[in-house]
Design a protein around this ligand. Structure first.
Ligand code: ADP
Ligand code: MG
Length: 242
């Protein structure tokens, strides 16, 4: 069984059909890039996998287990399924080090010393170890987003979701974040990445998923997708962005 199994998932917001019969299996270690026009349901899909949104029909399993509804099991799921958002969402009144140690201590029940040691390793890996004692507002957007990645990794997630992680960044900071993500992909992390960075998709993706109007319209290798898109909607989308 795949690490993430999404089958027949439908999601409405009131009368609006936001996810239409989504079927998607993501294997351990796979990097799936999700692209598509604004409003096509990419964020909703990520949020549904992390159970930030409910859905009406179908099923989602992570590592063979259905998404829990609430309580401790839900907290554990959120730790297993890391999520990095467009807005960095760091805790403003905690230091960088505290941002990274909080989850492991509270949810994973690690000791403080152990959590701090691991946090420093992760901050070093994303290149912001010098900033450990500072507060988020003292860091650049690119640095904050790298901290957000380190914070998710500190929970030892089974899969990482990235929802347009570089869209809010100044252009000169985009690559420093994409480089961290490319490095993470090489370590074998299972990743779902919503992005408009087609260079990243070509380089890092095992598979590209194209969404439009709440449907999963097309999936292919990056090579196939960018050179020979099948659907009219994908052709139209690519003609506008490439
Ligand atoms: P994308 O990330 O591809 O731009 P979203 O998943 O954010 O698209 O949104 C898909 C559609 O669902 C959009 O039309 C959006 O307006 C709608 N939508 C998203 N969240 C909500 C919500 N909480 N309530 C109502 N409609 C929503
Ligand atoms: Mg979105």
């Amino acid at each position: 069984m795949a690490l993430v199994e999404i089958s027949g998932v439908n999601k409405h917001f009131g009368d609006f059909h936001a996810l239409k019969d989504i079927n998607l299996s993501i294997e351990q270690g796979e990097v799936v890039v999700v692209i598509g026009p604004s409003g096509s349901g990419k964020s909703t899909l990520c949020r549904t996998i992390n159970r930030l949104e409910t859905f009406e029909s179908g099923s989602i399993t992570i590592d063979g287990k259905p998404l829990p509804e609430e309580g401790k099991a839900l907290a554990k799921l959120r730790a297993d399924v890391g999520m990095v958002f467009q807005s960095f969402n760091l805790f403003a009144h905690k230091t960088i080090l505290e941002n990274v140690t909080l989850g492991p201590v509270k949810v994973r029940k690690q000791g403080k010393a152990e959590a701090e040691k691991r946090a420093m390793e992760l901050l070093t890996r994303v290149g912001v170890e010098q900033q450990a004692a500072k507060y988020p507002a003292q860091l650049s957007g690119g640095q904050q987003q790298r901290v957000a990645i380190a914070r998710s990794l500190a929970m030892d997630p089974k899969v990482m979701l990235f929802d347009e992680p570089t869209s809010a960044l100044d252009p000169e900071m985009i690559n420093e974040v994409l480089d961290v993500m490319t490095g993470l992909a090489k370590t074998g992390m299972t990743m779902v990445v919503v992005t408009h960075e087609m260079g990243f998709a070509r380089k890092a993706a095992d598979r590209v998923i194209f969404m439009a109007d709440g449907e999963l319209v097309e999936q292919a290798t990056p090579e196939e997708f960018f050179t020979n898109p099948q659907s009219a909607r994908a052709k139209d989308f690519l003609s506008k962005i490439l």
